[in-house]
Ligand binder design. Structure first.
Ligand code: PEP
Ligand code: MG
Length: 872
């Protein structure tokens, strides 16, 4: 027979997977001989079994729960539903990874019409007993039976009004009896049956509710944001209640062994005398700083400090503890490694190393890689955020907090910014033409587009906050107005965005600037000494590249050259190139672009000071460059000696039903080799000149995108080699250069051994590879993926977190095949996954040479690479 239930005495801290974090720690504390109200844990496996059986708790599990309950009754000398000394329990969730506030808790379970009398007699405090019972009915109805809280709150308000009192605490025992009668009537009305009087029935319903809460919407969202797998399940902890509201020698509180926002050493926390946990949370009374306990109950304080110290030493980490004092006796209700800000995490990790408690390796493992975002981007002022009104939520496309006035066009955003306003750019979607407005904005909000959409990729590169794909918005860009969550915003109205959570807020919420302390450098130094993966950056401008170098980038893994052509002085030339009717015309237009392109590359090479730079040749479908505004079309018509209609016709002819699978990538170079020739010349001349002028030893890496066939790569490569050799000869240079390809089409992964015969390096373009492997568009998938998360078909956005089982298999296979043909082949990844910690770990495991990510994610990738190396 499987074991589904463990008493606290049977478990220990190593059983986290089975007992959940809370259950394992309660067991560990019990073993340490600390004062813990006794209880038992129903395992995470029981939760998985519950789901496997179609949301049923098996007889076997039920039996084991009741056996554990009898043992608990014996230990406590109390009985469930007893008229003299009733046992009351709390029922709480507790998953492997802590998910604060995401799942359900039920307190005072075991009270019924009879037990409440016993409880009143036992405590000598009828008011307290009836208050506990009414709280239990309310909580059970809300959490277990999903009867809205408001029904109960209304009754409470009516009774208070009838009695002419303002606070719950002013109601007498008799008033509360009346509350209970009316609460039970609501229950019967809504459920069609009486409020359950059998405590065992109450318990089983509560256990089921906790299991169910594993799959509530906020838990699913939390898991997706924190990479917690959906099949872990939650454990349920059933624990004897202790009461902090039994008079002035009782109390309850929460405390940390170090400050969770700054990391400073020393007890930090709050408590309330004569109160239950909910009172602290509900904010009805203002809690006292924990140090006041020393005056109120000095013995308890001494014992508390002593145990807190023991717990921190035992877990070798900052602890977050809940305690209750019942009539002068201290109990610990839980301890866990405390959640902390990134700044505090760095401080605590460094301090623990200095205190000799942990090694630098452990310190590196202690920092959540994603949390480094908090150090590099503005965040909301925590006080100001408390009153923030969330009006919607979409994809957390680029981290940071932003508040500003809404503008609907790039131009207006730019103008407002120049006048000194803080701006939030709101667009249906962004395109390369919006770049200036995006630069000017504090934050960007788009209605369409996923995690790899233009807005997301560019915003991440610039380090600007972006929330994308908010399909709930109805927008009228012409009228300059949008509606979201029942609120209407016109140009100039304030909104605030959190690019780390995807939340959209009403109004102007105060933000605070990012700050990096010395601890950051110390942790990063350790990380660099442990990691095997190199970390490069995706950057197209010298500014982005310089930023990335500052954050530790060791090279550029992807320079998307198309972003260089949207500049107002270049776009007309690329348009002329597109509209050219002959090769000669096209070459002429392209030749005019060479000085610009060369200048761009020289600037990049100079910033990178000899570090490797991978330049990817033109990739997007050409229609992205063609004019849409009448003025631009007329302009182009004059330059091309065509009519406006003719220009329009050519532009229309470029329309594709499926541009992402259309005439783009190396297909452009196959049809128009002169584009590759121009880009090769620019790359080579720039490298040779920078070498001559600055002495940096540059080895250009030219990357051909969207290859699916060896012969395709061979064709383009020959064009590149021919031009490169010509430039070398002209400039009398013996510079070395490499030609490689992106692996971003499944066929390329399947035939990677053949492709490696031509490619000196591979860079996995996992944005396109994900798109093409799943067969859904990287720009549109956001529209339906939410339903997939809700229905548990997919757990996370495959464009943000690499799908290791599917897409990952292609990556692994291609890496192996590539190495078989060319053992020293350099392998990198430059899709957006290069900055995602779990994907970085995967890249480490399959033995890639480097990951490349946007500049602000470079520290995350460095840390994640170190963590992968230490853990694997
Ligand atoms: C990719 O496809 O992963 C990639 C890096 O290229 P892009 O996002 O520019 O298509
Ligand atoms: Mg691509």
């Amino acid at each position: 027979m499987a074991k589904w239930v463990y008493s606290f005495e049977e478990g220990n801290a190593d059983m986290r997977n089975l007992l959940g974090g809370k259950g394992a720690n309660l067991a560990e504390m019990t073993n340490l001989g600390l004062p813990i109200p006794q209880g038992f844990t129903v395992t995470t496996e029981a939760c998985t079994d519950y789901y496997a059986k179609g949301k049923q708790i098996s007889e076997e599990i039920k039996e084991q729960i009741f056996t554990a309950l009898s043992q608990l009754e014996e230990k406590q000398g109390k009985k469930f539903g007893d008229t003299e000394s009733p046992l009351l329990v709390s029922v709480r969730s507790g998953a492997r990874a802590s998910m604060p506030g995401m799942m359900d808790t039920i307190l005072n379970l075991g009270l019924n019409d009879v037990a409440v009398e016993g409880f009143a007699a036992k405590t000598g405090n009828p008011r307290f007993a009836y208050d506990s019972y009414r709280r239990f009915i309310q909580m059970f109805s809300d959490v277990v039976m999903e009867i809205p809280k408001s029904f109960f709150e209304r009754i409470l308000d009516e009774i208070k009004e009838g009695k002419g009192v303002k606070f719950d605490t002013e109601l007498t025992a008799d008033d509360l009896k009346e509350v209970i009668v009316r609460f039970k009537a609501v229950y019967k009305d809504k459920m069609g049956v009486d409020f359950p009087q059998d405590p065992k029935e109450q318990l089983m319903e509560a256990v089921k509710a906790v299991f169910r809460s594993w799959d509530n919407e906020r838990a699913i969202v939390y898991r997706r944001m924190n990479d917690i797998p959906g099949d872990w399940g939650t454990a349920v902890n059933v624990q004897a209640m202790v009461f902090g509201n039994m008079g002035n020698t009782s109390g309850t509180g929460v405390a940390f062994t170090r400050n969770p926002s700054t990391g400073a050493k020393g007890i930090y926390g709050e408590y309330l005398i004569n109160a239950q946990g909910e009172d602290v949370v509900a904010g009805i009374r203002t809690p006292q700083p924990i140090t006041r306990l020393e005056e109120d109950l000095p013995e308890c304080y001494k014992q508390f400090i002593n145990i807190a110290g023991k717990l921190e030493d035992h877990y070798r980490d900052m602890q977050d503890m809940e305690f209750t004092i019942e009539d002068g006796k201290l109990f610990f209700l839980q301890t866990r490694n405390g959640k902390r800000t990134a700044q505090a995490a760095l401080q605590i990790a460094c301090d623990l190393v200095d205190e000799g408690m942990i090694t630098p390796q452990e310190a590196v493992l202690r920092i959540e890689a994603k949390s480094l975002d908090q150090l590099l981007h503005p965040t909301f002022d925590p006080e100001a955020l408390k009153s923030g009104l969330v009006i919607g939520q979409a994809l957390p496309a680029s981290p940071g907090a932003a508040a500003g006035k809404v503008y609907f066009t790039s131009q207006e955003a730019k103008t407002a910014h120049e006048k000194g306003e803080r701006v939030v750019l709101v667009r249906l979607e962004t395109s390369p033409e919006d770049i200036e407005g995006m630069h000017a904005a504090e934050g960007i909000l788009t209605v369409r587009g996923g995690m790899t959409s233009h807005a997301a990729v560019v915003a991440r590169g610039m380090g600007t906050c972006c929330v994308s794909g908010c399909g709930d918005i109805s927008i009228n860009e012409e009228e300059k107005v949008f509606e979201l969550g029942g609120h209407v915003y016109h140009e100039g109205d304030y909104i605030s965005l959190d690019g780390s959570t995807g939340k959209i807020y009403d109004g102007d919420i105060k933000t605070q600037e990012a700050s990096i302390s010395g601890n950051f450098g110390r942790i990063m130094g350790w990380a660099d000494s442990f990691r095997k993966l190199k970390v490069r950056t995706n950057a197209d401008t010298p500014e982005d590249a310089a930023n990335a170098v500052k954050y530790g980038a060791e090279g550029i893994g992807l320079c998307r050259t198309e972003h260089m052509f949207f500049n107002p002085d270049r776009i007309p030339k690329i348009r002329q190139m597109i509209l050219s009717r002959t090769v000669q015309e096209r070459e002429k237009a392209l030749n005019e672009l060479i000085p610009y392109q060369k200048g761009d590359f020289k600037a990049l090479y100079e910033v990178m000071e000899g570090r490797p730079v991978t330049i990817r040749f033109l990739d997007p479908p050409l229609h992205e460059f063609v004019p849409t505004e009448k003025d631009d079309i007329d302009d182009l018509a004059v330059k091309m000696m065509m009519t406006a209609e003719e220009v329009q016709e050519v532009c229309d002819s470029l329309h594709e039903f499926n541009p992402m699978m259309g005439h783009r990538g190396c297909r452009l170079a196959v049809t128009y080799p002169e584009i590759a020739r121009m880009q090769t010349r620019a790359v080579m001349e720039a490298a040779i000149e920078v070498k001559q002028e600055k002495g940096f030893d540059i080895v250009p890496e030219i990357m051909i995108p969207l290859v699916g066939e060896k012969k395709e790569l061979k064709y383009v490569k020959e064009v590149v080699v021919e031009t490169a050799e010509k430039v070398k000869q002209e400039m009398n240079s013996d510079i070395i250069y490499h030609i490689g390809t992106m692996i971003e089409i499944p066929r390329a992964a399947l035939l990677a051994d053949e492709i490696a015969e031509e490619a000196e390096f591979f860079s996995f373009g996992t944005n396109d590879l994900t798109q093409m492997t799943f067969g859904f568009s990287r720009d549109d998938a956001g529209k339906f993926l939410n339903e997939y998360y809700k229905k548990k078909i997919y757990e996370s956005d495959p464009f943000a977190r690499l799908d290791q089982s599917g897409v990952g298999q292609l990556v692994q296979m291609a890496a192996e095949k590539g190495r078989k043909t060319r053992p020293d082949i350099k392998l990198g990844i430059c899709g957006e996954h290069g900055g995602d910690p779990s994907s970085v770990e995967f890249c480490h495991k399959v033995g890639l040479t480097y990951v490349s990510c946007s500049p602000f994610r470079v520290p995350i990738a460095r840390l994640a690479a170190a963590q992968a190396a230490i853990s694997n």
